[in-house]
Structure formats: structure tokens, C-alpha cells
Design a protein around this ligand. Structure first.
Ligand SMILES: [Zn+2]
Length: 308
């Protein structure tokens, strides 16, 4: 998954606010679509067996310092390791580059349909790379007796606490070496792991099995997951960790879109709109950007996706 549906949708919307002016009108016109389609790659996993490895990289499989030593480019990585192995332990950084190339081509061809399609998909994979548990064999805390940590971190925490997160981020920037940048993302995500695992253990000291977990039944199957009270305490211990990854994901999504647009020859995106932008749209975008800059999107109820 990566961020759960809620997180992906929020990040995809935020990414639009950090874009340069020349791109923003086009992306804002299609905001509803891009937000909705931000989760399409996860949905595709149900029908396409080749999809799953594109969402993660269990980089520690390759050794304790592999995150710093792994060849960044696909050619070098696949010369060093069998493709079967690379596929088994996840492809996210390389798949981001594939998507980046496709989006660049879509801009070159001024193909609106493809621009939207690859913008949405590229955003998703970049966002997944920002989730620490998407970079490890211990992807659900299952190797350290912390089963369920995945959905706690990427779904429950953002949904429960988004109202308190700062949703402002730095503007999109041009990436001279996108392949390297996505590896920097993986490294930053991976670096958060020891702390998030240790804090879960630490916070658990104040809970019993009964207060730490809740059991729910879905379709006749029982599932044990972290309780609201535990999630609250854990969020407190983590401080700004989750919101920082969320902000970084929004900025990086925008930066990749921007880079593809530049590399695709900076096509005039407003000319690609079927109808020109209306004064009302311009006004609405201005209002949203102002709220974004002040960190008041939630308070002004301007997020398209609502938490439960
Ligand atoms: Zn995913």
C-alpha cells in the first residue's frame, strides 16, 4: 500500500500547490482526477501480478549497508543481481525512473491523457518510497514482534492526526539527477526505521495487551490491530516524523512532475486545456494556495479527502 488511500490522496493534492505557476492551472483543473487516481497503482495489484514489487524495496536484504551501496541505475543493478532477485525484493526506485521517462515523453507529445495518467502513477510510487517500512524486509514489524506497524504508521497515524500536521512544504524544484534523488528518498526513509521500531517498544511499556490492541472482525476473519489509545501515544512519541515524510513526499511528487515537464520541453499546459481557465477557478486556486501557505487547509476544509 504505502500511505493508505487517505495519505496518497492528501499528498497528491498538496503536490499541486508547490508547482510553478506555468503548471499549476493545468494540474489544479485536474486535481479531483489526480487525487482519485493516486491510488490506482494499489488497486492494480488485484488484477496484475507484476504490480506488487513496484511499491517497495527491501533494501536490507542486500546487506546491512546496502542502502548506501546499491547501484542506483537499473543497468548497473541488474548487472550485479539477477532480475528475479531484484523483482522479489522490490523495484520502487527503478520503477519511479520508468514512470518519469514516460511522463517526460507524454509532455513531449503534449498528450493530456498520458500526462494525467503518468502524473498520477508516478506520484504514487514516489510517495511509497517515502514510507520507511517500504524499504525493509521487516515491512510490517513482523520480524521484531511488531506486527501491524505498517498500517499503523501509514494509515492510522495520518488519518488520526492530520488535523494537527503542518501540510506546508517547500516548492517543487528541478531535479538534475532524478535517479539519484529517488535513492536519497529511500535512504531518508530507511534512516527513520530504527527509531520508529524502538519507539514502538518504548511506548508499549505503558500498555497491556488489552489496551494496546483491538480485535475486529471483517468477513468472518478476526484481525488484531493497534488501538486508538496506543496510536495516540505512539504519534506523540514520534513527534513530527510522519508529517515530515508526508511533506517531503508532496514536495518530491511536485519536483518530479516539474522535472518531467522541463525535460519534456516545457509545453504550454494552459493551451492543452479543453476550455480556458475561468476567473472562478483562478480565484479558488488562489484561496487554496493561501490556505496551504498558512498551513490552514484542514481548518478551512479545503482538502478533497476527508479523514474518518
Ligand atoms: Zn503503493
Amino acid at each position: 500500500m504505502g500511505w493508505g488511500f487517505f495519505g496518497h490522496k492528501v499528498i497528491q493534492q498538496l503536490a499541486i500547490y508547490g508547482l510553478p505557476k506555468d503548471m499549476q492551472g493545468f494540474y489544479h483543473r485536474h486535481m479531483g482526477h489526480l487525487v482519485e487516481k493516486s491510488v490506482r497503482p494499489d488497486e492494480r495489484r488485484n488484477t496484475d501480478s507484476t504490480e506488487a514489487p513496484r511499491h517497495f524495496i527491501d533494501v536490507d536484504y542486500y546487506g546491512p549497508n546496502a542502502v548506501n551501496e546499491m547501484p542506483e541505475g537499473w543497468a548497473a543493478a541488474s548487472a550485479k543481481y539477477p532480475v528475479d532477485t531484484l523483482t522479489k525484493y522490490g523495484l520502487v526506485p527503478w520503477h519511479v525512473v520508468v514512470m518519469q521517462e514516460r511522463l517526460t515523453r507524454a509532455f513531449q507529445q503534449k498528450n493530456v491523457d498520458s500526462i494525467l495518467y503518468y502524473s498520477a502513477d508516478l506520484g504514487h510510487y514516489i510517495q511509497d518510497a517515502h514510507v520507511p517500512l517500504h524499504t525493509t524486509l521487516n515491512y510490517d514489524g513482523q520480524l521484531t514482534g511488531q506486527h501491524g506497524l505498517h498500517s499503523l504508521w501509514e494509515s492510522k497515524l495520518p488519518e488520526q492526526n492530520l488535523k494537527d500536521y503542518s501540510l506546508k512544504h517547500e516548492k517543487a524544484k528541478y531535479l538534475a539527477n532524478p535517479e539519484h534523488e529517488i535513492w536519497e528518498v529511500i535512504r531518508a526513509s530507511h534512516k527513520d526505521l530504527p527509531n520508529m521500531l524502538a519507539l514502538e517498544k518504548e511506548v508499549s511499556k505503558n500498555f497491556t495487551d488489552q489496551t494496546k490492541f483491538v480485535t475486529t472482525e471483517r468477513n468472518g476473519r478476526t484481525r488484531k490491530s493497534y488501538s486508538d489509545a496506543f496510536a495516540k501515544a505512539y504519534q506523540q512519541a514520534l513527534g513530527t516524523t510522519v508529517e515530515k515524510r508526508l511533506q517531503a513526499a508532496a514536495q518530491m511528487t511536485g519536483s518530479f512532475w516539474f522535472t518531467c515537464w522541463v525535460d519534456g520541453g516545457r509545453p504550454d499546459l494552459n493551451a492543452l486545456l479543453i476550455t480556458s481557465r475561468t476567473p472562478a477557478e483562478t480565484k479558488q486556486l488562489k484561496l487554496e494556495k493561501k490556505a496551504w501557505k498558512k498551513g490552514r487547509l484542514q481548518e478551512k476544509d479545503l482538502l478533497l479527502t476527508k479523514s474518518r
